[in-house]
Design a protein around this ligand. Structure first.
Ligand code: BGC
Length: 758
């Protein structure tokens, strides 16, 4: 009876809520119509077109704009809280709610502070870090990532998801590489487009960040990057361009650093000339938090919404001072004094309205979903597909359940939460399966012994924490555990503490931290059956490489980390991940570090990207330096034979498509996937060009013994270089060599075709 009673009560509640909402809606309509007369002089009384979803978007924007006062327009251009900006309350146009990104929807934090808001309903699904996604070389998975994280953002009432990040991996020291898609502009571009489309399918704007040249954390707020136009266009911009032009991104975040003397959150060249003019971006430029520094520049140089300045957050100073933001009262004053044309604020307001109509006010917006089994499934698949098998002597892996009785798992990353820390991408998660939990579930707790081996310290923003335990005794205990095991799986790497893979600072050294090199060496002395599993978002030095039979590169893999690792180590999933960046043997082997501190980290004022276009494998190839592990590399439990690459023609025009095909056969005994990569080389370039560049790839799944034909396409225009003298792309008539490969290493080149371009 009580149940029926409460059900009826609910129905009554629902009905009265619905009618209240209807009333509200009508009131809103009426108010909008009436109130419009209080707006600007061009106010349009009559039916408010901006609420009519059947009308074209641009008409709705103009209508809304025509009803707004100058104050209301300015209010759209800056924060009202740490993670939201104002709508137009009088017209029923809602505020814009934002959240980090890019690996999950961040916990709710205070209105004015960075403190957690203490909600109990905001524990999300953690998806793998973007390095892991890049390592899948699987754009379809990227789409599913985008859809899933977009659903979580939508459910949580967010209009902008602050991600994905596509800054190019320039140095292994960059503390934020784990949030990005690797060193190659083509790979990053192919992977970012579906992510953006997936997120936005939910009526949530992706915010592609950090535009641009934020390739290090050290002095990120001030360092002035000097880079050639050519490197800018060929290396650092393509992924952003693809996100905007192909992905249709609705927002972009400016970066903290400067470029040619102007901060990137109000940089005329980047934002006005390139993003908005050249690429016809019609969305919103959001500042990074505290990235705006001047009213006139912010107003004129392309910023649309200013976030994070002048609160007791990122930039310190006054509390709740939103009215003092550069794009708040000071902007309004300039407009009122006639010192700034109204068209400037109109342009920004239009963009913000467009974003609101695309998101919160979109009639067909889905409702999203949160922490559902489907999201865990996607997270697990991405994690397993992203894991890269670097070395596997004598088929060390897979280790199926039952193969060994005594398995030692050693290392802090086997148990540490790796969704915590790292800066703004930190997540509060509903579930995080640790590596140890995953392996115990697989092998049986009775067969797994665990020892910490080394210890780092708690995560603290911007500060290194001292390890609380004695490293020598930890090492001694771990060595004893290893000695008594049939097989040892060491799980270490970096973590998300300050000066590791963490926002705000870069790593101080290329070596593994916390004494891990010594520990691995000590373990290998007592047990030769030792595998190293690295969990990190960056390459590390591996002085012990020859002493261990197996090495696995895992990443920050989120909620399903331990299960995904168990899937791969046991062979339930055959590894198919490929490195999205090169691993140098030592730092000086990279172009960036070869040129010393002017090239990285700069002289505290300026930094010169002296390696120019020769980033990552482009440098290793061109300078004939052997990397420790090359870009695009990764082993499998099976083997593949890649056949002859063929092209549909031999002669092409500059506006043509080269259709390629190649057969791939799974020559081993288990099912698996291979990534066919096609690299292009120009035979007689008139300018320096990298020895080869990735221009196409395709991932194929083959049953044991199966053969398939893979087709790939390269648009001839994409073989051009950026000609600085003409400020345009130039495709030289020449012979181009296309090579199919299974990594960027010379030894992985399987077959070559030569095509002529006229
Ligand atoms: C980061 C951004 C992030 C923002 C909001 C900044 O410190 O650079 O990536 O979206 O904070 O948390």
């Amino acid at each position: 009876m009580r149940k029926i009673g409460s059900l009826m009560l609910c129905l009554v509640c629902a009905a009265s809520l619905a009618s209240a909402q209807n009333r509200l809606f009508n009131v809103r309509l009426n108010q909008a119509g009436t109130d419009s007369s209080q707006g600007s002089t061009s106010a349009n009384p009559g039916n408010p077109v901006y609420l009519d979803v059947t009308k074209p978007l641009e008409e709705r924007i103009e209508d809304a704009l025509s009803r707004m006062t100058l104050e209301e327009k300015v209010a759209l251009c800056h924060a009202q809280s740490k993670f939201s900006s104002t709508g137009v309350p009088r017209l029923g146009i809602p505020a814009v709610w934002m959240s980090d990104g890019p690996h999950g929807v961040r916990e709710e934090i205070g209105w004015d502070t960075w403190d957690a808001a203490g909600w109990t309903s905001d524990s999300c699904t953690a998806f793998p870090a973007l390095t892991c996604l890049a390592a899948t070389f699987n754009p379809q998975l990227s789409y599913r990532y985008g859809v899933s994280i977009g659903e979580e953002a939508r459910y949580r009432g967010k209009d902008i998801l602050l991600g994905p990040g596509v800054n190019i991996y320039r140095t292994p020291l960059n503390g934020r590489n784990f949030e990005y898609l690797g060193e190659d502009p083509y790979l990053a571009a192919r992977m970012v487009v579906p992510y953006v489309q997936g997120v936005q399918k939910n009526g949530v704007a992706a915010c592609v960040k950090h535009f641009a040249l934020n390739n290090q954390e050290e002095e990120r707020g001030s360092i002035n990057v000097n880079v050639s136009d050519r490197a800018l266009y060929e290396i650092y911009l393509p992924a952003f361009k693809a996100a905007v032009k192909e992905g249709g991104a609705w927002s972009v975040m400016g970066s903290y650093n400067q470029f040619r003397g102007q901060h990137c959150c109000h940089n005329d060249l980047l934002l006005n000339q390139i993003l908005k003019k050249e690429w016809e971006f019609d969305g919103v430029v959001v500042s990074d938090w505290g990235g705006a520094h001047d009213t006139r520049q912010a107003a004129l140089n392309g910023l649309d919404i200013e976030m994070g300045s002048y609160t007791n957050g990122m930039t310190g100073g006054k509390s709740s001072a939103y009215a003092n933001y550069y794009l708040a009262q000071p902007f309004l004053d300039l407009l009122k004094q006639g010192d700034m044309p109204v068209s400037v604020v109109d342009n920004k307001a239009r963009r913000v309205l467009r974003l609101i109509f695309r998101t919160n006010m979109a009639s067909n917006r889905s409702f999203g979903r949160f922490t559902c089994p489907e999201h865990n499934k996607v997270a697990r698949e991405i994690a397993a597909e992203g894991i890269v098998l670097l070395k596997n002597n004598h088929a060390f892996f897979p280790i199926p359940a039952g193969k060994y009785r005594r398995i030692a798992v050693i290392g802090e990353n086997a148990t540490r939460s790796l969704t915590k820390g790292g800066g703004s991408s930190e997540l509060k998660v509903k579930q995080e399966v640790s590596a140890l939990e995953g392996l115990k579930a697989l092998y049986g707790a009775d067969h797994v012994s665990y020892s910490l081996g080394y210890v780092s310290g708690k995560y603290q923003w911007g500060k290194e924490d001292k390890a609380p335990l004695n490293p020598d005794s930890l090492l001694r205990v771990a060595v004893e555990v290893a000695r008594q095991a049939d097989v040892v799986i060491f799980i270490g790497g970096l973590n998300k503490n300050a000066f590791q893979d963490c926002e705000g600072h870069d790593r101080k050294t290329y070596d593994l931290p916390f004494g891990q090199n010594d520990l691995i060496a000590a373990l290998s002395k007592v047990n030769k059956q030792l595998a190293v599993v690295l969990v990190s978002g960056n390459a590390v030095a591996m002085p012990w490489l020859n002493q261990v039979p197996a090495v696995v590169q895992a990443w920050y893999m989120g909620s399903e980390a331990g299960n995904a690792l168990a899937d791969v180590l046991s062979g339930t999933s055959n590894p198919s991940g490929k490195l999205p960046f090169s691993y140098p043997e030592k730092l000086e082997d990279t172009g960036v570090h070869f040129y010393g501190s002017t090239s990285y980290p700069g002289d505290h004022v300026n930094e010169y990207y002296k390696e120019d276009i020769l980033v990552g494998y482009r440098w290793f190839d061109t300078k004939k330096i052997k990397p420790l592990f090359p870009f695009g590399y990764g082993l499998s439990y099976t083997s593949f034979a890649v056949g002859k690459l063929t092209s549909d023609k031999k002669d092409y025009t500059g506006n043509d498509t080269i259709h390629l095909s190649v057969t791939v056969r799974n020559t081993g005994k288990v099912d698996g996937a291979e990534v066919v990569q096609v690299y292009a080389t120009q035979e007689h370039p008139s300018v320096v060009r990298p020895v080869k560049e990735l221009k196409a790839f395709s991932k194929v799944w083959l049953k044991a013994g199966e053969t398939t034909s893979v087709t790939l396409a390269i648009y001839t225009g994409d073989l051009a270089y950026y000609d600085e003298t003409r400020h345009d792309w130039k495709l030289e008539p020449d012979t181009y060599i296309l090579q199919s490969a299974t990594s960027s290493a010379e030894t992985a080149i399987k077959s070559t075709v030569r095509v002529r371009l006229h």
